[in-house]
Design a protein around this ligand. Sequence first.
Ligand code: AMP
Length: 513
Amino acid sequence: MNLFIALRAAFPADLDSRAIELADGPDTGRFHTWRDLDHASARIANLLDSLGLPPASRVAVQVDKSVEALVLYLAVLRAGHVYLPLNTAYQEAEIAYFIGNAEPAVVVCARRHFTWVSRLAFPLGTRHVFTLDDDRTGTLLERAACHADTHTPVDKADDDLAAILYTSGTTGRSKGAMLSHGNLLSNARTLKDYWGWRPGDVLIHALPVFHVHGLFVATHGAWLNGSPMLWFSRFDPRAVVARLPDATVFMGVPTLYVRMLAEPGLTREACRHMRLFISGSAPLLIETFRDWQARTGHTILERYGMSETVMLTSNPCRPEDGERRGGTVGRPLPGVGLRIHDDQGRPVPPGEIGGIEVRGPNVFVGYWRMPEKTREEFTADGWFRTGDVGRQDADGYVTIVGRSKDLVISGGFNVYPAEVEGYLNELPGVAESAVIGVPHPDFGEGVVAVVVPRAGGEPPDPAALIATLRGRIAAFKVPKQVFIAGELPRNTMGKVQKNLLRERHAACFMNAP
Ligand code: AMP
């Protein structure tokens, strides 16, 4: 089924009620009704139809966050094309790669980028470049305004493509994960049920809309439940905290929680109507989990997923399903198969570390135009290798220990960065840390830690940190060097960019004795 048809069917009966309320910017307080979403997406879908594009053309979109960008997503689904959202941080060389690789028939960009985008897109086969800005201007809406506000959605099979998401590429070249209508819809339905979406829910949307978290998990959840959203075009912790009393559900990456904790306005009273705080996309520090509980009385629900699979595991929402366990990402979602295997493809016993493999109706179709890469990432019996390393306890809870590509092999011993970070983060004066491996003349790789000191205190002494760790963990895991830094480099989704740290400290052992 076309995902749009399922989402549209869930719109509430009162189409004139509020679907999205703008919570910041010059139009604060203005809202879009469900009818507006329906009509505006029909207009853009009719515009796309009028262009005579081949079925399932890619529509690449790099625009600032706006409700209109979301409407464009609906329109692309409706017209049966494939939505290709691009991170607003990407620069010219990166966009050239995506356009060359995906060959979109249509590109939509911000007006300020039109000149260079069209210069590179047309020679690569793109037929139309439209503009869309976050103040509702640009050629896309101008052209769409001439079209009718009704449109019959194109029929789609479950395995037809709905979107291509380029992986965030903290290392190596980005790959385009092809997601089908069935992948997205099955996952959205599972989450609607598992997270107990109910009448009266209001979602605070403060995430970017080029990533699985803000584009799929958040919006599909609200739409399938016919729930309104409070819409922030950018995350401002104070402004979001101020609107918590009007909402029931919030989704954020861990950094958003850390920044909200720094707001004096974050109190139990401010959260009195909140039902659920959800975190994902990067590991939530246990300290943030506990501080949030103490300040607000709410236990953050941490879940785990990726572009290739949408959501995989979640801590329970309802008490009868179990406790929300900090430091874990919960259990596999209903319908999702998850297993932990070692390097030889053998299952490891409960509680032991290995590679996380998954299967289910949510698992993507493959990497766009990379059949080899796709084959490599699936096992012979059809499970997808996530590349994440973790363990599953006997009662099903999964803990992520790191990415397999982040694994450090020092003197032949495997060191899981997340484990060492866990120990470091508990030491006095340490706010957070990142552990990496860099070339070492003796050990192949040497373990290095980058430590961010706690605000307001004396920065910890690297030699003292190393000495304390020596008494707690195996010597081969103890960092040989500790660097103090003001902050860790992160991408927009809050993931630590370890590749940058590895580059920065690449030579630190090269003169070692
Ligand atoms: P992306 O495809 O950009 O969403 O990145 C997916 C990756 O983010 C996963 O493979 C994990 O490495 C990481 N990730 C997502 N959620 C979590 C989480 N709750 N805890 C730890 N890592 C996570």
